[in-house]
Design a protein around this ligand. Structure first.
Ligand code: SF4
Length: 281
C-alpha cells in the first residue's frame, strides 16, 4: 500500500486523529538541520520521486471510504524543488480530490499555491511551517525563505483555503524569542490555527545542529535528559513552559493552538492537534 495509516512509531505522545499518509517523494531537499526523517531514511536529503504508478494509487484509493483524511506528508515535504517539474504531488492531489477525500497539506514551500485550483475544489487545509525569521539560511538552507511562506499563507487564505501554521520545532536559545513576531505576522496573513512542538533531536540532527550552532547547542544539550523512542526530549517542565507561552500568544491573537507529540493534550484549544479541524467542508 502506498497510502498508509499514519502511525508515528506508535508514539504514546501522538494525539493525531485517524488519517492516511502518503509521501510522493523519498527524501527532501530543504535540508533542515533539525530534520527527524533523515535519521531513518538513507540519503534523505537527496530527494527522489517514489516509483508509484498513478493507476495503482487510483486502485488503492477505491478501498478507502470517501471523506477519509489524507495527510501529505508526514515524512517529507510534498513540495520539494523537484515538484516544480515533476508535478507528482499535483497528480496525487487530483486522485484524492476526485475521490472525495479530505486533504491536509504540510509544507514549507510556496509551490503549494500552484495547486490552488485543486485545493478550491476539495475539502482541504494547508499548514505551513515557519520556525525562524533570523536563522533560516543556516537552519533551513534550501527551503523557500519565510517571507515567501507567509506570502503563500496569505494567498491561500485570501482564496478561501483554511491555513494553519506549524511553529515546529521550537529550539530554546535559538528561535524562542521569535515566536511572537512569527505568530503576529501569520495572523496578519490569515492563519487561523497554530500547531507547535519542541525540538526532539535524534542522533544525526543533533550532530548537524552542533555543527551549525555550536554555542547554542553547548548550552542546550544539558537540557536534554529524557528519551522517548529514538528522540531526545526536553524535560516535561521546560516543554510545558514553552507550549504554554505559545498558547498564551495564540490566545492573545485569537488563534487556536495545539501541541504536537508533547503529551499535553489538555493545553490544546483546537479540536485537532494537526490542524485537520480546519477542513470544514
Ligand atoms: S522540510 Fe521537513 S522533511 Fe524536508 S528537510 Fe525540512 S524537516 Fe525534513
Amino acid at each position: 500500500m502506498y497510502l498508509r495509516e499514519f502511525d508515528p512509531w506508535k508514539s504514546r505522545l501522538c494525539s493525531c486523529p485517524f488519517k492516511y499518509s502518503i509521501n510522493p517523494y523519498t527524501g527532501c531537499d530543504h535540508r533542515c538541520l533539525y530534520c527527524y526523517a533523515s535519521s531513518y531514511i538513507k540519503d534523505f536529503f537527496r530527494c527522489r520521486p517514489k516509483p508509484i504508478l498513478i493507476e495503482t494509487l487510483k486502485r488503492q484509493i477505491k478501498k478507502i471510504p470517501a471523506g477519509s483524511l489524507i495527510s501529505l506528508c508526514n515524512t517529507s515535504d510534498p513540495y520539494p524543488s523537484l515538484e516544480k517539474q515533476l508535478k507528482l504531488t499535483r497528480e496525487y492531489l487530483k486522485v484524492f480530490v476526485s475521490s472525495g477525500m479530505r486533504i491536509l497539506i504540510i509544507t514549507k514551500s510556496s509551490i503549494v499555491t500552484r495547486d490552488i485550483d485543486l485545493l478550491k475544489d476539495s475539502a482541504s487545509a494547508v499548514t505551513i511551517t515557519i520556525t525562524t525569521l533570523k536563522h533560516y539560511k543556516k537552519l533551513e538552507p534550501k527551503a523557500p525563505i519565510p517571507s515567501e511562506r507567509f506570502k503563500a499563507a496569505e494567498f491561500l487564505s485570501k482564496e478561501g483555503i483554511p491555513v494553519g501554521l506549524r511553529v515546529d520545532p521550537i529550539i530554546p536559545f535559538l528561535n524562542y524569542d521569535e515566536i511572537e513576531e512569527i505568530l503576529k505576522t501569520a495572523k496578519n496573513c490569515g492563519v487561523k490555527h497554530v500547531t507547535s512542538s519542541t525540538f526532539k533531536p535524534r542522533w544525526d540532527s543533533l550532530k548537524r545542529m552542533k555543527k551549525g550552532f555550536p554555542e547554542i547547542m553547548s548550552k542546550l544539550i544539558s537540557l536534554y535528559r529524557d528519551k522517548v523512542g529514538n528522540s531526545w526530549y526536553l524535560s516535561v517542565e521546560i516543554r510545558k513552559e514553552l507550549m504554554l507561552r505559545v498558547r498564551k500568544i495564540c490566545e492573545s491573537l485569537g488563534l487556536s493552538f495545539s501541541c504536537c507529540r508533547e503529551g499535553f493534550p489538555e493545553l490544546n484549544t483546537a479540536a485537532s492537534c494537526d490542524g485537520s479541524h480546519l477542513i470544514t467542508r
